[in-house]
Design a protein around this ligand. Structure first.
Ligand SMILES: Nc1ncnc2c1ncn2[C@@H]1O[C@H](COP(=O)(O)OP(=O)(O)OP(=O)(O)O)[C@@H](O)[C@H]1O
Ligand SMILES: [Mg+2]
Length: 268
């Protein structure tokens, strides 16, 4: 299983939206997909067509480790598996502050916990785990980064994203993580957005993906209607951008499997 962590240094960057959209687009490219939510906001199920936050999920494993992760996983019509954070209780309540702090402390103590959990998931073929995270820095983002073969950094064209990106970039470099940076919610009509994308190109070079995702008001509207944006507006520029990004990721996953495969035909 190859693991792609979807992180950013600011909130509201589009990580969860991209995780959900790419899960479907990578399934369509014949990858078995596990979408994991390593974020206590517990909203991933809202992106896969459910109207209520999940009760079971990753957090259930932090609280009571078991080998069977699959009882907390959901499967969508396209075959993708979804492992939400979970922890929802009645009347929209989640774990209280004390429980949340003790869960975060457990994650801090075991930095490879998520990596080990994903390693136990056995999916066929060129399978991929897409890990949605809380904004970095956080124990949740650190778990996802530690588990990742590739880190996809989502960058909205905002001054705060530019100001906080160098610290994340140097952390990923220090950890020796391969990273691809994706600008999301870009409006070509905005001079600020054009200038920021040019700045990102200068500072990130080829690590900045050529597939930037355009801003489209249909994206939050599709979420409000419990629909997949890519299915609802397949001919939009933003859907086209996400198709391009998914094709690039699909090639990356296939080549990562080839690199990891033992050299064949070498036996004596
Ligand atoms: N390309 C886009 N165009 C327009 N709206 C977008 C785009 N990408 C994401 N959004 C909207 O921006 C909001 C934030 O997106 P999302 O929840 O995916 O971000 P996030 O990085 O996961 O945020 P959080 O820090 O809350 O976890 C959502 O309402 C989403 O629909
Ligand atoms: Mg999110």
């Amino acid at each position: 299983m190859k693991t792609i962590a979807i992180v950013s240094s600011v909130g509201g960057a589009g990580r969860t939206m991209l995780t959900a959209a790419l899960a479907g687009l990578l399934m369509a490219r014949r990858h078995a997909v596990l979408a994991v939510e390593c974020d206590p906001r517990n909203v991933l199920t809202l992106y896969c067509g459910l109207r209520t936050p999940a009760r079971q999920g990753l957090v259930s494993h932090v609280l009571a480790p078991t080998d069977d992760w699959s009882d907390a996983a959901l499967q969508t019509d396209d075959g993708a598996l979804w492992l939400p954070w979970g922890g929802a209780r009645g009347e929209g309540r989640g774990p209280d502050a004390e429980a949340s702090a003790s869960i975060a402390a457990s994650l801090h103590k075991e930095p490879m916990w998520l990596r080990d959990l994903i390693a136990r998931v056995d999916l066929p073929g060129h399978a991929v785990a897409l890990v949605d995270t809380a904004a970095w820095p956080s124990v949740h983002a650190s778990q996802a980064i530690a588990a990742a073969d590739l880190v996809m950094v989502v960058v909205p064209p905002e001054p705060l994203a530019c100001a906080t990106l160098p610290r994340l970039k140097s952390e990923l470099n220090a950890l020796g993580k391969q990273a691809v940076y994706v600008a999301n919610a870009v409006s070509p009509a905005s001079q600020l957005h054009t200038d920021i994308v040019a700045l990102l190109r200068d500072t990130l070079g080829t690590a900045l993906s050529t597939y930037r995702v355009h801003a489209d008001s249909g994206i939050p509207e599709a979420l409000a209607r419990n629909e997949s944006f890519v299915h609802a507006a397949p001919h939009s520029q933003a859907a086209h951008d996400m198709q391009g990004l998914a094709s690039w990721l699909s090639s990356w996953i296939r080549s990562a499997y080839q690199t990891a495969a033992p050299v064949s035909g070498g036996s004596a």
